[in-house]
Ligand binder design. Structure first.
Ligand SMILES: *Cc1c(COP(=O)(O)O)cnc(C)c1O
Length: 232
């Protein structure tokens, strides 16, 4: 197996057009919210996509990316990061404690801190390596049993545990609203929780709902399909 997935000539996708279309929609949502472009970071979610697609967006100036699997990121990103040393890579999928060392070697931000055991493992790794990625707590705003994330009612206690017991610094919150509900109330709740615990970063909004998220204070929107086309 090659370290980097074989480039596939993805003729059906015009990366520049997709990016321009997304930027136009971001601009409109920002204008409606009286916000500035630099207040929102566009994360290109490149999961399942080959390095050739990622390189197309790197060439267009995109520098913030997200992956949902540690193993896949470890295969694709070392070479890309060596070529583009100002890339910021976010983990937006679940993190197992036995993958923490691998994750902190490749990711600049971990958005899926969601349980005390993981907080403990990250704290230990931070002591060992002398540094850690920025950490966001994932919140299960819809309290869906199958979904990862801390319940809204537990966020303040969990943040206190991370900070006081583990010595971790928390930079933000992340959520994935239930697919079957209007996302607005979930984004509003995440914003309120962020105020409660005093964190600045709000990762919310995907291809289907990023304008709503921008209107409700998102600092990071996570777009896969709108940029890369559909995933198999
Ligand atoms: C895949 C994924 C995205 C991107 O989803 P799209 O609907 O394709 O934009 C965003 N956030 C997370 C956590 C994801 O896993």
């Amino acid at each position: 197996m090659p370290a980097v997935p074989t480039p596939s000539q993805n003729a059906s996708i015009n990366h520049g057009e997709n990016l321009a279309a997304v930027e136009a929609r971001i601009a409109k949502a920002l204008q409606a919210a009286a916000r500035q472009r630099q207040e929102v970071t566009l994360l290109a979610i490149s999961k399942t996509k080959p390095a050739s697609d990622i390189e197309a967006f790197l060439s267009l100036g995109v520098r913030h990316f997200g992956e949902n699997r540690v193993q896949e990121a470890a295969e694709k990103w070392p070479a890309l990061k060596a070529a583009y040393d100002d890339v910021e890579l976010h983990l937006v999928g679940p993190l197992q404690t036995n993958k923490v060392d691998q994750a902190i070697a490749i990711f600049d931000v971990i958005e899926t801190l969601d349980r005390p055991k993981l907080a403990g493992a990250l704290a230990k790794a931070g002591q060992k390596h002398g540094k850690l990625p920025a950490l966001y707590i994932q919140v299960n705003t819809g309290e869906e049993p199958q979904k990862a994330g801390v319940a809204p009612a537990d966020v303040a206690d969990f943040a206190a545990h991370c900070r006081d017991q583990c010595g971790l610094s928390i930079a933000g919150l992340m959520c994935i609203p239930p697919a079957t509900q209007a996302p607005g109330p979930h984004f509003a709740l995440l914003g309120k929780l962020a105020q409660t615990i005093g964190v600045a970063q709000l990762s919310m909004g995907m291809s289907g709902d990023f304008e709503t998220a921008i209107g409700l204070g998102a600092t990071h929107i996570r777009l896969g399909t709108q940029l890369f086309g559909s995933r198999d």
